[in-house]
Ligand binder design. Structure first.
Ligand code: ATP
Ligand code: MG
Length: 370
């Protein structure tokens, strides 16, 4: 995938709860990369979510939306918290995030599920089943049953009501997300498993046909398999290491990515990326964020795990800036630090050293120095 050139422009949106604490650690990695690697970043920071509501009365201002469009990559921590829970939906912190995703037209959600050796016991499965697990789920994000028309609840007049959602996919919607999956596979294990319910759903049948056509015409070098979504859910807990890249629709992706996440253990470890269409220069809009939320229960205490946020930045280095070596360096440092027994509270194990958010980041930076 074509990437941005220097200076790399980044919009940081710390948001609410533990957001600012974990985003601060990203800043430190950016400073490290500038100082130690001579890389040039143009970093801006702005408000989103509850922080924006408090300052401007809305969860995302037009000015911040414009900055997001202009940046090479947007990094978001988390939004929301009990303080803003009483508001109507359009005024809530989450509405800011939804507008951001919608206006950037982010159609592919990338959710890696990686099991670090040091945390193999945190998995819901046996160590031998997950040791070395490294899969990537690509979820279609803008189409499918969550958005298809007609939708709604109808009164049938005889005391009955009817709830309707419609699964709709077009050729283009399927093809563009399939291309992302194939591109990703080329840089990894070179395998894509496409997942739908083509046995009972017309949109699933179209999905299978279109993924097959894209494969044949553009990516014949990548190994493609198809699996029904129910079988895939089963295989993910039975033998997850058979998968490399899984590409699937919005609904199945929602479920399968959460299922895969639980194979890895803590939510504080999981990054994600959402990618949009490439512009004339081949540059894509992209938003990177940890899978976890704003965790108001632990906010402001310097105890949150910064790794999901740091690995999200690692994905930005890789997918927006093409800095694969630096991304690997960061990921390797995380792995090495976990191997030494350093743990934040959420991934604490008996006999390990408990540390704060900032000390975890200190240690990762020191490891990158080596
Ligand atoms: P949201 O609706 O914003 O997704 P949520 O209710 O799903 O939020 P999270 O904010 O993701 O929940 O947190 C769920 C639990 O995991 C909380 O108990 C929280 O303290 C913990 N948690 C989440 N992220 C982290 C982290 N980075 N480090 C440590 N614990 C975390
Ligand atoms: Mg949540």
């Amino acid at each position: 995938m074509a990437s941005a050139s220097q200076p790399y422009s980044l919009l940081l949106l710390p948001g609410d709860g533990i957001g600012p604490e974990v985003m601060r650690q990203v800043r430190r990695v950016i400073d490290w990369l500038a100082k130690k690697r001579g890389l040039e970043f143009k970093v801006e920071e702005a408000l989103v979510g509850g922080a924006s509501i408090d300052a401007h009365g809305v969860p995302l201002t037009d000015a911040v939306m414009a900055k997001a469009h202009a940046a090479d990559a947007v990094l978001l921590a988390a939004v929301g918290g009990p303080k803003w829970d009483g508001l109507t939906f359009e005024k809530r912190p989450e509405a800011g995030l939804l507008r951001l995703r919608k206006e950037m037209d982010l159609f592919a959600n990338l959710r890696p599920a990686v099991v670090f050796d040091a945390l193999v016991d945190a998995s819901t499965l046996k160590p031998e089943v997950v040791r070395g697990l490294d899969i990537m789920i690509v979820r279609e994000l803008t189409g499918g049953v969550y958005f298809g028309e007609p939708r709604g609840i109808e009164d049938l007049g005889n005391g009955q009501r009817r709830g309707i959602n419609t699964q709709v996919y077009t050729t283009d919607e399927i093809r563009r997300v399939a291309r992302i999956a194939f591109e990703l596979a080329r840089g990894r294990g070179n395998k894509v498993c496409s997942t739908e319910k083509s046995n009972v759903m017309e949109s699933g049948l179209l999905w299978r046909q279109e993924v097959t056509a894209v494969h044949k015409a553009e990516y014949p070098d990548v190994e493609l398999s198809h699996m029904l979504a129910d079988a895939c859910a089963m295989q993910l807990v039975r033998n997850p290491k058979q998968f490399d890249v899984i590409v699937t629709d919005n609904l199945f992706g929602d479920m399968l990515s959460d299922e895969a996440a639980m194979l890895t253990g803590s939510i504080g470890m999981l990054p994600s990326a959402s990618l949009g269409a490439p512009d004339a220069n081949g540059k894509r809009k992209a938003l990177y964020e940890p899978v976890h939320g704003s965790a108001p229960d632990i906010a402001g205490r310097d105890i949150a795990n910064p790794i999901a946020m740091l690995l999200s930045f690692g994905m930005a280095l890789r997918w927006s800036f093409g800095l694969h070596e630096e991304a690997t360096l960061l990921e390797q440092a995380v792995q090495n630090v976990l191997n030494t027994g350093m743990r934040t509270g959420d991934i604490m194990q008996p006999g390990m050293a408990k540390c704060s958010t900032s000390v975890m980041a200190d240690t990762i930076l020191r490891e990158m120095d080596k």
